[in-house]
Design a protein around this ligand. Structure first.
Ligand code: G16
Length: 567
């Protein structure tokens, strides 16, 4: 078939321009491929082919984001958004790994990449080379200097697939790109200004439903650390459209501001529990928040004392708890409706999804509220999938990545109930329905989004009239410690049971158990990072000293066992 031959040539010719760096292997980790930017051209080029094939297969728009999120500025990476705006389906990850790692530098195997593609195309029945085949891929990038060249590599990968078109959306936050993909596939307005308008409008709607005396109790001043990344500038743009919120944005990544993610941003504040650069004793008593490099994570914090850099961290677990309390209260209002027919229409399953990193105190608190709490491995791809099984699924990782998902059936019932109650403008059930509808509009349904999460948190604080101190007091975190251990090969660690048990190397879990047993309220696990070349150690105990010492003891075991060649 002529088209097929053209197609083969197209991929072969362009693939030879992007040789795989010698001796390197890339793996599709927690959120796609990530590495030092200078070695990523071939990975990004091939991810372009991958995204085009995914678009052909699904007949829908796919997103390809060039970002390394919380990683240092010299890293970069690729995140791929599926038609619903979520992460690339896990079923395609093995193909992604195979495609990205095939070595075509040697002419004798240059056809091999074609074989990998063709085998997969046949297995998945992808209409590659078909006369009417068309594919559309939205491209976005964060503010990393390497982003522009990598977008060009992605474009070449996409155009190597005949019929595939790349649309370059420029600099975006990761959640904006995921939102756009989802909206385009639903044939809805999907530009950046549509995104800002939707956030501003739904935030306004929530704030309008706040009793005025409550809103007055919340300190208007609020400062956000933009991590010197893309999120700060986007928040600057959005803030002009917001009423009911005074926000100052720092660490915008402008000239003289500092380096992306270096001693700034959500990952730094959450892991180190200290204020980011650009914050100091003048911020004592002020509500502060941090975004990460691509604005898909959010944490809040407040300075503990004017002469220390330590913070009281309000992490993803507490954001989750705030959202859960609010959503549950709205559902409780709806359950008090006297109209049985309407009430029954809204009977819903509310579920909460966490990972092993969730502080034990948060899980205890959520369960005490009567909520169903389930666990998945780290990575929004797992949490998102689990949360979508509920009518309302709230998921958050402690690092601040999360959102609230609503089922279409539940939203449609809410609309019906709201219409039925239209003649009762002040009744609490109608207001509860309106609030939930506004939350569904505000909070990103595709992926965790720091900007939409921040607006929802602010609206809920106004609703309750809560300060950040009051929010932080919802429960007291068990002291915890996280460490990173550099090892030669992080894939030597294999875990099970939502990453709470080490399966390999053998014997390591027993050592962790023995250390953990020494501490009151001790809990500890390790796992290989899927975004950095390290093993992560998490420890929790009844005092900070105990948590630190447990983490350090386990770190030593990891170092020793992973440098021994015997396992
Ligand atoms: C990504 C994922 C998150 C995950 C994080 C850390 O975040 O989207 O779900 O929690 O990596 O992963 P790991 O511990 O495997 O390094 P981001 O914000 O870096 O894209």
């Amino acid at each position: 078939m002529a088209t097929s031959i053209n197609q083969h040539q197209s991929i072969l010719e362009s693939a030879s321009r992007f040789p795989l760096p010698q001796g390197l292997r890339f793996s599709y980790g927690t959120a796609g491929f990530r590495a030092e930017a200078s070695v990523l051209a071939s990975t990004v080029f091939r991810s372009g082919i991958l995204a085009a094939l995914r678009s052909l297969k699904t007949g829908a728009v796919i997103g390809l984001m060039i970002t390394a999120s919380h990683n240092p500025v010299n890293d970069n990476g690729v995140k791929i958004a599926d038609p619903d705006g979520g992460m690339l389906t896990q079923q395609w990850e093995p193909f992604a790994d195979a495609l990205i790692n095939f070595d075509v530098s040697c002419m004798c195997i240059s056809w091999a990449i074609m074989l990998v593609v063709l085998k997969f195309v046949e297995e998945e029945n992808i209409p590659l080379g078909g006369v009417n085949s068309s594919a559309e891929i939205l491209l976005g990038r964060d503010t990393r200097p390497s982003g522009r060249a990598l977008v060009e590599a992605a474009k070449q990968g996409i155009s190597a697939v005949i019929g595939a078109v790349a649309i370059d959306m420029g600099i975006l936050t990761t959640p904006q790109l995921h939102w756009m993909v989802r909206r385009r596939n639903k044939r809805m307005k999907a530009s950046e200004s549509d995104y800002f308008e939707q956030l501003a409008k739904s935030f306004r709607c929530l704030v309008d439903l706040v009793p005025k005396e409550m809103a007055k109790l919340v300190d208007a001043k609020f400062v956000v650390d933009g991590a010197n990344g893309v999120g700060g500038e986007k928040l600057e743009q959005l803030k002009g459209m917001l009423t009911g919120l005074e926000v100052e944005v720092r660490n915008l990544g402008r000239k003289g501001d500092g380096i992306l993610n270096e001693n700034v941003g959500a990952d730094y504040v959450q892991k180190e529990k200290v204020i980011p650069c650009g914050f100091g004793s003048d911020d004592m008593g002020i509500r502060c928040a941090s975004l990460d490099g691509d604005a898909d994570r959010l944490v809040y914090f407040r300075l503990l004392s004017a002469n220390s850099r330590s913070v009281d961290l309000v992490d993803g677990d507490k954001i989750l708890s705030l959202f859960a309390v609010f959503i549950k209260e709205q559902l409780d209002s709806l359950s008090k409706m006297t109209n049985d027919k309407l009430r029954n229409r809204l009977s819903s399953r509310l579920g909460v999804v966490q990972t092993a990193y969730a502080n034990g105190a948060s899980t205890h608190y959520l369960k005490q509220l009567g909520l169903e709490v389930v666990f998945t491995p780290t990575g929004v791809k797992y949490l998102h999938k689990k949360a979508s099984e509920y009518d309302i699924g709230i998921y958050f990782e402690a690092n601040g990545h999360g959102t609230i998902l609503f089922s279409e059936d539940f939203i449609s019932s809410l609309h019906d109930v709201e219409k039925e109650l239209a003649s009762c403008p002040d009744c609490e059930s109608r207001n509860a329905a309106l609030r939930l509808l506004a939350v569904n509009q505000l909070i990103n349904q595709a992926v965790g989004d720091a900007l939409s999460g921040l607006l929802l948190a602010e609206a809920i604080l106004q609703y309750y009239g809560w300060s950040i101190n009051r929010w932080s007091e919802l429960y007291h975190d068990l002291p915890s410690k996280q460490l990173k251990v550099k090892v030669a090969d992080r894939s030597a660690v294999v875990t099970a049971n939502a990453e709470t048990q080490v399966v390999k190397p053998s014997g390591l879990q027993e050592l962790i158990n023995a250390e953990t047993d020494k501490y009151s309220h001790g809990r500890c696990f390790i796992r290989p990072s899927g975004t950095e070349d390290i093993i992560r150690v998490y420890a929790e105990a009844s005092t900070q000293e105990a948590a630190d010492s447990l983490a350090q003891a386990v770190e030593q075991h990891v170092k020793r066992l992973l440098t021994e060649k015997s396992f």
